[in-house]
Design a binder for this molecule. Structure first.
Ligand SMILES: C[S@@+](CC[C@H](N)C(=O)[O-])C[C@H]1O[C@@H](n2cnc3c(N)ncnc32)[C@H](O)[C@@H]1O
Ligand code: SF4
Length: 431
């Protein structure tokens, strides 16, 4: 427990350091490598209702704001095209990307007209699994659909205010069953360790996932950024980190007869089916408000203010809020973090990417893994042990919680006016 606490403290500190801009005084998208193929991440920050636990950038849906936002997105896509970026896959995340289906189709088809894109992933909610929306998703060539469910237990769904919006566990289950097989991959997003979720509820959720025969399930631990702590406590009780490990071990064990652990929290029914873009793609560009990109060792965030994002794009200014150009060692550490998210990585591949002194530069990290028995070296690979997988889950959830805090610091309060132009916004200056 002590090691885990220290690890979380260290991970939070490192994340805060990596979020501090460095090495660039001009905030514009990084120059692409002309030979590279990148993934295009597009953020759609609108939701019909806001879940109390969610620390992603999301605001309540407002049609006029959304229209201006989609127009701005299209323009930002053109900017990346003019800069010479080449994309072969798109990931549309949110918020709720399917909130205005024809606008989603418009931007995906626009990107497809600019680049030879062969992979399209879209996130959605259970209430959007309607014939009309599914037809749009098929038309735009969606390969992977990811549906946020969180839990099938009605008590949990009610407490996190998703029951009225997205239906009961039974209704969600029926909708998912009817969608299985429609796309190359149907992923279901789940959460464990809600304060009011028991081990029995979790076991029942695992059983339902298997019965539905979802291709993939991504089972996150509940991640709490500072600003969500109170909301979670009010809606479903006080967080208990102590049982997280026990629930995680139980989950991984119960999923093991049907799913391969492709990452510490992503389980697939086909070996090698990993649809986590930061793992499958070394580099990706983030478009839209609050999106994060990582290109050629530069970690880049767009402004978290939606009206500011729209205004900057309309004025032909870059919406980039901050850039950190990683040092060579920072690149190695970040690379190791993401590769080990899958549970193992080849030492020779790391040396080929980061140079033959990779081990010398990261000796402290590698020694930690060995001394704490979090990893073993086997056949030229670094392989996480069961304990190491849980540590990695803790590091990743700390990273996301710290990112959530960063987002909250830079997110202005909601805008009440319906007009987006000339609306004064706090946080307009760049750090
Ligand atoms: C940001 S949502 C976007 C897609 C969609 N709106 C939804 O509700 O699923 C993607 C997924 O992130 C996960 N997520 C969001 N907030 C989280 C948190 N605080 N802790 C753990 N997972 C979280 C949920 O599983 C969610 O389904
Ligand atoms: S979990 Fe999904 S629906 Fe809920 S607020 Fe976050 S993005 Fe919106």
């Amino acid at each position: 427990m002590l090691t885990e606490i220290l690890l979380r403290i260290h991970a939070a500190r490192l994340t805060r350091r990596y979020l501090t801009p460095k090495g660039s005084s001009v905030y514009s998208p990084p120059q692409p490598d002309s030979k590279a193929q990148y993934l295009l991440y597009i953020h759609i920050p609108f939701c019909e209702e806001l879940c109390p636990f969610c620390s992603f950038l999301r605001v309540k849906f407002e049609p006029s704001l959304a229209k201006a936002y989609f127009d701005a997105l299209k323009k930002e896509i053109n900017t990346y095209h003019n800069l010479g970026y080449r994309f072969n896959s798109i990931y549309v995340g949110g918020g709720t990307p399917t909130i205005v289906p024809d606008k989603l189709a418009d931007i995906v088809l626009h990107a497809k007209s600019l680049w030879p894109i062969d992979q399209v992933s879209v996130e959605t909610n259970p209430s959007h699994l309607t014939d009309d929306i599914l037809a749009v998703l098929k038309d735009i060539g969606t390969n992977r659909l990811s549906v946020g469910v969180q839990s099938f237990d009605d008590r949990v769904l009610k407490s996190v205010q998703r029951y009225d919006k997205y239906g009961s566990g039974q209704q969600i289950r029926q909708k998912l069953s009817s969608v299985v097989g429609m796309f190359d991959t149907l992923n279901v997003d789940m959460i464990f360790n809600f304060p009011n979720q028991t081990a029995e509820m979790l076991t029942a959720d695992v059983r339902i996932i298997k019965e539905i025969k979802a291709d993939q399930v991504t089972w996150y631990p509940l991640i709490i950024s500072k600003s969500r702590k109170q909301q979670i406590a009010t809606s479903c009780g006080r967080m208990n980190f102590r049982r997280e490990r026990r629930l995680y071990d139980m989950l991984t064990e119960e999923l093991a007869d049907t799913y391969n652990a492709e990452s510490v929290w992503c389980f697939s029914n086909r070996p090698g089916l990993i649809d986590e873009y930061p793992v499958s793609h070394d580099d990706y560009a983030g478009l839209g408000a609050g999106s994060m990109g990582y290109v050629n060792g530069a970690l880049c965030f767009n402004t978290f203010s939606i009206p500011e994002y729209i205004r900057m794009i309309e004025e032909d200014r870059s919406p980039v809020l901050s850039i950190r150009n990683f040092s060579p060692v920072e690149k190695m550490r970040f690379g190791l973090l993401l590769k080990l998210l899958t549970g193992s990585t080849s030492l020779s591949a790391m040396k080929a990417k980061y140079g033959k002194h990779f081990v010398l530069h990261l000796w402290k990290e590698l020694l930690f893994l060995l001394v704490t028995r979090s990893a073993v070296f086997r056949n030229g690979n670094i392989v996480l042990t069961a304990k190491g997988r849980y540590y990695w889950l803790s590091i990743m959830s700390t990273l996301f919680a710290t990112l959530g805090d960063y987002r909250d610091i830079h997110t202005p309060p909601p805008v009440l006016s319906k007009t987006t132009k000339n609306t004064p916004q706090p946080n307009q200056t760049k750090p």
